[in-house]
Write a protein that binds this ligand. Sequence first.
Ligand SMILES: [Zn+2]
Length: 308
Amino acid sequence: MPLPPRWRWKLQRIQNSIEAFKGDVREFMKTAAVKQKICPACRALVGSNETRCPFCNEFISPLDRIGVRRVTSGFLPDFTTTHALVAINFLLFGICLVAMMQSGNPIEALLGGFPGGLLVRMGANYGPAILFYHQYWRLLTGAFLHANLMHLLFNMWVLADVGQSVEEMYGSTRFITLYVWTALCGSLASYFWRYPYNNMVGASGAVFGLFGVMIAYGFNHKTAMAQQIKSMFIRWAIFGLIFGLMPGVDNSAHIGGLAGGFVFGLVVSDTPSLTTEAISFWKVLSYASWMAIAGGLVLVTLGWAVAR
Ligand SMILES: [Zn+2]
């Protein structure tokens, strides 16, 4: 028996409102659930299931749901540029220890410090070698060496912590460029401060560069969060500079790195690169940065071979 028209009309209205409600729920789920993530290299928004960035072709870990980690190798998920930098510092420290085992007491060096001569051979930022032998790579390689265990652990602790934040905020291509740039700023400041007899090692110039970029972030963004970041890193920088007054610590490298990082942070945007030109620009700079690091280490190795 067919329903009377009045009832049919009522039923239709109820069905319509159920459909409308289901549509609303679907829309809500679409906006509330995370559907996109950020490419860790160029910071563009990409689909949450993408494993390769459609803009810059960077590999994105499928484990990464939000998109902040850079994956440099398919075998090591969540291995970031920060991790790679920390690994290089530890590796070079290990090589210094092995060299010490052949010529002296490694335990003594571990606690007290490597002899200056060994650090110079390992690529320290040594003024006379730069001035008279034009070994400019020392300005970069010196930033990956450390004088003793405390020095290494302290710098690496801060680098692993703050580096990860800066890498997430700026993307890995801008991060490695920043790192090399501030390492050079710190080394140049040290070189000119003690001209020409400086012999500097340590990542702290670049680490202060990270503080500088975080302070600049607070000048570029007027949000409450950015202001908190800024004041926190102003405190870090002040404590670091006071710590740098200790004998044997090179505060000029800290000041150089801090200034370099601040300038970088003021000039460079942390928002995604969306044009192909901007993406390529940072890609080229990041490759150049890695090549500078690798090239410096190759030249140091060649120096060892010649000295032997
Ligand atoms: Zn990308």
